[in-house]
Design a protein around this ligand. Structure first.
Ligand SMILES: C[S@@+](CC[C@H](N)C(=O)[O-])C[C@H]1O[C@@H](n2cnc3c(N)ncnc32)[C@H](O)[C@@H]1O
Length: 277
C-alpha cells in the first residue's frame, strides 16, 4: 500500500516519454478520471489492488504517447468538456484565445456566425453559449467529426446548425454573416519532421496538414468566400500558423479586407488574423 503521492511519482516515472511535471499531471488526470481522485488527497492511502483494470489499460496507452484526451474521449475547452475522437483535433489553448477575442469584441445580440472546419465544434458551441443569442452555423468536410460536434452541441445544449461542406470546392449557403471564423488545417507537410510523435501518430492528418505547394490554400479560399458571405463590415477571424502571419495579412489586404491585423498568442507567436469585409 502507498499514498497517492507515492503512486503519482512512481507511475509518472514510468511515463518516460514526458517531462516529469507533465507526466505527473497526466497521471493525476487519469487517477481523477477513474477514481475521482483529487490532489488534496495526496496523503491518503492508495491500494492498487482495488483499482479498475481499465485504469491500468489506459495507463499503458498513455505510455505509447497517445494523447490523454483520446484515451478519455474528452478534453476541456473554454470551461467545458468536449467529446473528442480520432476524427477530431484535440481543442487547443490557442483556439480558446481566438474564441475569447471574438466574445469580447462582439457584445451585440443576434449576430450571425459561421465556423469553417469545426472539428469537435468547440468554437461555434462556445460562441453559441457565451454570446448574446447568436445564430450559429458550422461546417466540416469530415462526417465523423460532424457526428462528434453534433453530440457536443446536444450535450452542452448549444444551438448550432452543423452541416457537411468541402470548403475548397463548395460554398456554404449561409449569407449575410456578421462573423466568419476558421481554424483550418495549416501545417505544411514538410513540417511533419519537427512534430511530436503523439500529434503525428494520433491526430487526424486531415485536420492538420496542407500541401507544401500551397500552404495558404484554406486562408485564400475562405477569405475569398468570406467576401461573398460576410455583410459589409462583417468580421473575419482566422487562427494561423505562426510562420505565415505576413502572408495571411497580405491575402486579406489583397482581397480588400480593411482593418487587417495579425495578433500574437500568449506565447508571443503570430496566431490570429482578423479583417473586415
Ligand atoms: C485545425 S482543425 C480545427 C478543428 C476545430 N475548429 C478546432 O479548432 O479545434 C481543421 C478542421 O478542418 C476540417 N477540414 C479539413 N479539410 C476541410 C475542407 N476541405 N473543408 C472543410 N473542412 C475541412 C478538418 O476535418 C478539421 O476538423
Amino acid at each position: 500500500m502507498s499514498t497517492f503521492q507515492e503512486l503519482l511519482s512512481s507511475w509518472a516515472s514510468k511515463l518516460s516519454i514526458y517531462e516529469k511535471q507533465e507526466a505527473e499531471s497526466l497521471v493525476s488526470w487519469l487517477l481523477e478520471h477513474h477514481l475521482g481522485w483529487r490532489r488534496t488527497q495526496i496523503l491518503d492511502e492508495a491500494n492498487e489492488d482495488t483499482f479498475p483494470s481499465k485504469l491500468f489499460e489506459d495507463f499503458e496507452r498513455l505510455k505509447t504517447g497517445e494523447p490523454i484526451q483520446y484515451i478519455m474521449g474528452k478534453g476541456p475547452f473554454y470551461g467545458r468538456e468536449f467529446l473528442v475522437s480520432t476524427a477530431t483535433l484535440i481543442p487547443r489553448n490557442e483556439t480558446e484565445e481566438l474564441v475569447h477575442m471574438i466574445i469580447k469584441e462582439n457584445p451585440k445580440a443576434g449576430l450571425k456566425i459561421l465556423d469553417i472546419g469545426t472539428g469537435t465544434g468547440c468554437i461555434p458551441i462556445s460562441l453559441a453559449l457565451e454570446m448574446k443569442s447568436p445564430e450559429v452555423f458550422a461546417v466540416d468536410i469530415s462526417e465523423e467529426a460532424l457526428e462528434i460536434a453534433k453530440k457536443n452541441g446536444d450535450a452542452l445544449n448549444a444551438k448550432v446548425t452543423f452541416s457537411a461542406c468541402d470548403i475548397l470546392t463548395q460554398t456554404p449557403d449561409v449569407p449575410e454573416l456578421d462573423i466568419l471564423v476558421s481554424n483550418p488545417p495549416y501545417i505544411p507537410e514538410q513540417e511533419k519532421t519537427q512534430m511530436h510523435r503523439n500529434v503525428l501518430d494520433f491526430e487526424p492528418g486531415l485536420a492538420l496538414f496542407v500541401s507544401n505547394d500551397d500552404p495558404l490554400i484554406f486562408y485564400r479560399t475562405i477569405a475569398e468566400k468570406g467576401k461573398q458571405l460576410l455583410k459589409s463590415n462583417g468580421k473575419l477571424y482566422f487562427e494561423i500558423n505562426e510562420k505565415y502571419g505576413k502572408e495571411v495579412e497580405d491575402v486579406l489586404k489583397n482581397l480588400g479586407y480593411s482593418d487587417v491585423q495579425v495578433l500574437k498568442d500568449l506565447n508571443g507567436k503570430d496566431r490570429i488574423a482578423v479583417g473586415r469585409s
